[in-house]
Design a protein. Sequence first.
Lengths: 130, 300
Amino acid sequence: MTDRARRAALKGAAGAIGAWAIGAVAMRTIAPAFAQGDDERVIEIVARRFSFTPNQIEVKRGQPLLLAISSIDFIHGFNVPDLGVRADLVPGRVTKVRLTPVKAGTLDFLCDNFCGDGHEGMNGKFIVQD
Amino acid sequence: MQRRQFLQLAAAGGGAVFASSLAGCSSLAGSAGENSRDFYFVQLSDSHWGYKGPDNPDATGTLPKAVAAVNALSVKPEFLVFTGDLTHTTDDPAERRRRMTEFRHIVADLGVKEVHFMPGEHDAALDRGAAFQELFGPTHYTFDRNGVHFIVLDNVSDPGARVGEEQLQWLEADLAARDKAAPIVVFTHRPLFDLVPKWDWATRDGARAIDLLLAHQNVTVFYGHIHQEHHQMTGHIAHHAAKSLIFPLPAPGSQEKRAPLPWDPAMPYKGLGFREVEGELAAAGAAPSYRLQEFPVVRA
């Protein structure tokens, strides 16, 4: 699916659900709630005990990201500590988190709601490239 | 023999003693004075009863060994405190209770009458402390010994690692009844401060608890969760993390993953242990001093 197609699908899902959970916006304000910036890259992430899929995500520095995160089985947390961004991932909803990485390197993310034996390994990273 | 003299001898004999320049934690050398009110307790943590895995091939033997080691101490402590993760987590409520019951049976062999328990996230996060409360009682409470006010804070029953508004109000009310100079010791499972957030070594609203505690002059925190000895200051408050009784974890932020350090067959039980804490209150209004001594589960 192309990014454009993903954006269209996500807009449709948002209308059907009525209200998306809004995550934090890190580093700079990108767009008002529910609006979709044309320059945003949409990344779908699935959270389930005890992993994120994908859990290694290559992104470009300065590229605004719209993360559309679905949880399958638990109110997992999604936390990017270095950006001060976090959200609760309620099953049955698509949780939208916007962020823009501004430095090359890695940005770790993790589940910060204890979810069972394996919680400690439920994490991932953005690999931010110039 | 006085407890203080014993510790000094133990230190001279090679025991691992921590007595740093951290506020509220200093050497006990020197006269205690006639008004001194020494107290002495043992902190154990993170036994994870029910864990099975290669990082501790003697998972069922380590806790009993720790009990035996505590019972072998030359001077019996006034009380013991377990700072959480008594059991390893399980999705099965019946199994959780079975593990807690087994844990309680094993530690019943401790030769100390007064034992204080608190949960870790492995005990309490999946059922918000229900099983723990059935078997051990409240998850947050206070008690007083020898002029010291002890506060047990629960930052694990909320799976999001919050102390929570209700408990923060309870803490604020409790502190409001204390003199600002009163000696206070806080027990938690997770660190109240952001030690390594990317490893989930933090309390989401811990800064609010610390802000309340900072209004008091003599506060010291003992916690678990990170499976190693660690000491850090937030303002004038010293925070001391304890070793585990199941497997050690890497130094804070030292590697990408917080995976357990592998079991070393050449040095079994390496990195596992418990600690003694001796406090001395020289006089009313004076800053208390603490002496920490680390003990291995099994002597090399």
